[in-house]
Design a protein around this ligand. Sequence first.
Ligand SMILES: NC(=O)c1ccc[n+]([C@@H]2O[C@H](COP(=O)([O-])OP(=O)(O)OC[C@H]3O[C@@H](n4cnc5c(N)ncnc54)[C@H](OP(=O)(O)O)[C@@H]3O)[C@@H](O)[C@H]2O)c1
Length: 339
Amino acid sequence: MDIRKAYYVKPGNFKNLELKEESIPEPDDHEVRVKIHSIGLNFADVFCLLGLYEAAPKEAFIPGLEYSGEVIKLGKKVSSFNIGDRVMGVTRFGAYCDQLNIDSRYVIALPNHWTFDHGASYLVQVLTAAYGLKELGNLKKGQTVLIHSAAGGVGLWANRICKQYECYTIGTVGSESKLPLLKQEGYDQSIVRDTQSFTNQLRHALAGRPLNLVMDSIGGSIMKDSYKALAPMGRLIAFGSAHYGERKDRPNYPRLIWKYLNRPRIDPQNMIGENKSVMGFNLIYLFDNSDIMHAMLKNLEQMELGTPFIGHIYSFLNLPDALREFQSGTTTGKLVIQI
Ligand SMILES: NC(=O)c1ccc[n+]([C@@H]2O[C@H](COP(=O)([O-])OP(=O)(O)OC[C@H]3O[C@@H](n4cnc5c(N)ncnc54)[C@H](OP(=O)(O)O)[C@@H]3O)[C@@H](O)[C@H]2O)c1
C-alpha cells in the first residue's frame, strides 16, 4: 500500500485542521489514482471547516471538492484514461491530499493549453454559475443580471457566461479594492455593497432597466432587497449564504441564530401576484447525476469563456493560511493550492 498526505478536519473549528500521513488502498475497478498537483478551494470549504455546511460529514473528514493532476494508477475496468494523462476533477469531499482514488466518472481531460492550476480552478465554480444562470435562470440574450460577489470564483464565471448572451451585468462586491477587476472583466456596472442603502445603490445602477435575474450567494437583507428590485417575470437564484460567514476560528452561535431567525422570508403566494420566482440549488447533489454534469461541460466547452482567473496561489503546507484568507472575504478569483 502507498502512503499519502491528507488534511483532516473535525468540523466546527479552523484549528482542527490537521495534516496526516496515511496509507491509500489500490483503486477500485472503476477508479483512477490521481497524483494531485493543484487543489482548488471553494467558499463551501470554509463553511465545512466551521461546521456550517449541511452536506458535509459531521465527523472528521478530508475536505476539498476539486483538484487536477496526473493519472498514476488505473482500476481494472477503467478504459477511458491512460497512465500519465493530465486531468481535472471533482469529488464529494476528499481533495485536500496529494493522491486520490476517484471514480473515473468524476475526472475529465485537462485542456492541452491549461496548467494544473487552471484545471483546479474551473469545474465547481463554472458549473455553479452555469447551472444557476442557464438551467434555473433561463438566461436570455440582452437581459439585465445582478451578480453578487462579482469578483469571486463563481461571480467571474457568471459574468463571462452573461457576456456570451450580451447581457447587461451589475456586479456587487464587499470592498473598493475589487472594483478594478470588475472593470477588467467587463461588468457594465459595479456596486460596493452597503446593507443600509443597497436598494438605492441598485436603483441607481439599474437606471430604469428591468432587473431580470439575480445570482445571490449572500442571503440576508441583500437577498431581500435584490428580490424586491426584480422586474415581473424576474428570477432570483439562491445558491449561497455567505453572510453567515465568520472571520474567527469558530462560529459565533448567538450571532448566527439571530441572523437565521431574521432571514428573509418570501411568500410563494405573493410571488404569484408579483410574477417573480426564487430558485435554489446545491451543486453537490449533481454529483449523483454525473451525466448532467458532463452534458453541461460539453455545452460550456462550446462557449468561449477564457482561462480561469487565478487570484491567489499557496503551497500545500500553507493550505490553512489560504483558508483563513478565503474566510476574510477579501480574495478575488480562484484560490489554488500547489503541491
Ligand atoms: N449552491 C452551490 O452548489 C454552490 C456551489 C459553489 C459555490 N456556492 C456559493 O457561491 C458563493 C461563491 O463561491 P466561491 O467559491 O466562488 O467564493 P468567492 O465568491 O470567491 O468568495 C466568497 C465571497 O463571499 C463574499 N462574502 C459576503 N459575505 C461574506 C462574509 N461574511 N464572510 C466572507 N465572505 C463574504 C466575499 O466577497 P464580496 O464581499 O466581495 O461579495 C467573498 O470574497 C459562496 O457563497 C458559495 O458558498 C454555492
